[in-house]
Design a protein around this ligand. Structure first.
Ligand SMILES: C[S@@+](CC[C@H](N)C(=O)[O-])C[C@H]1O[C@@H](n2cnc3c(N)ncnc32)[C@H](O)[C@@H]1O
Length: 288
């Protein structure tokens, strides 16, 4: 494959390369304030777009980072960004070129296509994420990406500078990137390690569901497994920070005296119509 030269200044703080449902960019200032600074290793088992991970890791390079998510496409894309960023950028430039010629037909053509290799897979995921309605990643019960085309006049499909910065960071950090269920952290985590838990939120009402990020929906039984894990990690001496919805169920679940709860206001789109932005209250729960 032809090698390209990139004359771009790298080493700037990287940002998430993908916009993820439930992404935490809006909460970063609060999360930083509540962070346990004196950590040994860092664990983030509901990685998504990794807003907190990118924010921290750039300034804390000496720590061992363990990041994971159950979504295989997402994790394979992180690995491609780390190991094959130049091929990825070329593939995204190709998508960008064809999209400009005929956005609608090209979007649905890519949505229907099956990736031939991991570079194709990552570039398809990023392309669809940048051009789909609301930037939402959502799959149906068959595991298919089924979001319609979004209304963008000039979507930034190839953010070359950020992809190079992310790739550079992932190569220089001591980071393990895995596709795992969240409970797997229990095999490795130790006393004084820090874990950030950002699961699919507990539904705000009985008519809404846990958001579907993977084709295995996060169910109430998963939430109980998460509670069990949180108590086990507390007993082990880990420092835990979790974000979740401000609901009576969550408040009751974390009512024991070792949990501290901070209520924060954000400005989220919880309706599928982006015009319906509303103040929304979320909880940051810690055991310190
Ligand atoms: C709220 S999002 C995380 C958002 C992330 N903090 C960010 O800043 O973009 C929740 C994530 O949990 C993942 N997930 C769902 N069920 C899971 C499970 N059983 N184990 C691990 N990850 C899971 C989803 O794929 C999704 O990426």
């Amino acid at each position: 494959m032809k090698q390209q030269q990139y004359y771009i200044q790298i080493n700037k703080e990287p940002k998430p390369f993908i916009k993820w449902v439930g992404g935490k960019r809006q909460l970063i200032t609060y999360l930083q304030k509540k962070l346990w600074k004196n950590m040994n290793d860092y664990f983030e088992p509901f990685l998504g777009g990794g807003a907190l991970f990118f924010n921290l890791s750039f300034n804390m390079k000496k720590i061992n980072f363990n990041i994971s998510d159950l979504n295989p496409e997402l994790i394979r894309s992180y690995i491609v960004v780390r190991d094959q960023v130049e091929e990825l950028i070329e593939s995204l430039q190709n998508h960008s070129h064809h999209y400009k010629l005929n956005p609608k037909s090209y979007y649905y053509y890519v949505r229907k296509s099956k990736p031939k290799n991991d570079v194709d897979l990552a570039s398809r995921l990023i392309f669809l994420n940048k051009t789909c309605f609301n930037g939402l990643y959502r799959v149906n019960s068959a595991g298919k990406f089924n979001v319609p085309l979004g209304k963008y006049s000039k979507p930034n499909i190839v953010n070359k500078e950020n992809l190079l910065n992310v790739s550079n960071l992932l190569q220089t950090l001591n980071v393990s990137i895995k596709c795992n269920d969240f409970f797997d952290v229990y095999k490795k985590i130790q006393k004084n390690d820090f874990i950030y838990l950002d699961p699919p939120y507990y539904p705000l009402s009985s008519t809404s569901n846990f958001t579907s990020y993977t084709n295995n929906n996060f169910k109430l039984t998963d939430f109980y497994r998460l509670l069990d894990l949180s108590e086990k990690l507390h007993e082990l001496g880990c420092k835990i920070m979790m974000t979740n919805s401000n609901t009576q169920f969550i408040l009751d679940s974390f009512s024991a005296s070792h949990w501290r709860i901070l209520n924060v206001q954000t400005n989220r789109t919880i309706n599928s119509n982006p015009k319906h932005r509303t103040h929304y209250s979320e909880l940051i729960i810690t055991n310190y």
